[in-house]
Design a binder for this molecule. Structure first.
Ligand code: CA
Length: 231
């Protein structure tokens, strides 16, 4: 069963969506506050997010951007204005689909089912085609089955995206990976966001895994190109 988080400040709309989605077999949680919704989106596991664009406090653009920095879980953006949809596309925030209010319940369900099929087909380029295994490199063990990275036996707390970047490195040892390849490998072919998202995540990864962040030895920079797993 797919688990969906709805972030929508209009309680009546959120509740209505929840009722209909549950009838269609989805497991649904709702959050009416953008800040709390973002926090849950980042800390809990969901299969999909339905994200309203206009929220008090923090808007859907920012929430989408922050989710994408850590996760490639599908996002369906909801907006009351058609113009906003163009803006979402233009900003390249990495939303997977868009729907404008008012929409019919059957339209919403059709969109979500299409996203579900995509998840289950595993079109995300991040999913390795190979069987899960334990990959070892220097003091690191990357366990693809439990999706945990260990350094000298200690588990390191990584986001979904950080883990997928490590997976790419481990599967391409001593290979300079161009940033666009990392972007495509982790966020998928249809991601049109800024390639700088790769740098942001590499910076965070280095803080978590390097012995000395000022002089990284595991993830090395290949100037003007990308990054290399240095072991
Ligand atoms: Ca709203």
């Amino acid at each position: 069963m797919s688990k969906v988080l709805i972030i929508e400040d209009e309680v009546a709309i959120a509740d209505l969506e929840k009722d209909y989605l549950e009838l269609s077999g989805f497991e649904v949680e709702t959050e009416n506050d953008g800040v709390v919704g973002l926090k849950r989106a980042l800390s809990e596991d969901f299969d999909m997010y339905i994200l309203d664009l206009m929220l008090p406090g923090i808007d859907g653009f920012e929430i989408c951007k922050q989710i994408r920095e850590e996760k490639n879980t599908p996002i369906l953006m909801v907006s009351a204005k058609k113009d906003d949809i163009d803006k979402i596309r233009g900003l390249g925030l990495g939303a997977d689909d868009y729907i404008t209010k008012p929409f019919s319940v059957s339209e919403l369900i059709a969109r979500l089912e299409a996203l579900t099929r995509r998840i289950h087909r595993g079109t995300s380029a991040a999913k390795p085609a190979e069987e899960p295994e334990q990959l070892v490199s220097g003091p690191f063990v990357l366990d693809e089955k439990s999706r945990i990275l260990y350094k000298s036996g200690t588990p390191i707390d990584l986001t979904q995206v950080e883990f997928q970047i490590m997976e790419l490195f481990f599967r391409n040892p001593a290979t300079a990976l161009v940033r666009e390849k990392i972007l495509e490998g982790v966020w998928g072919k249809n991601y049109f966001g800024d390639v700088k998202i790769v740098d942001v995540n590499i910076r965070r990864l280095r803080i978590k895994i390097e012995d000395n962040t000022a002089n990284p030895t595991y993830i090395t920079t290949v100037w003007g190109y990308g990054y290399k797993w240095g072991l």
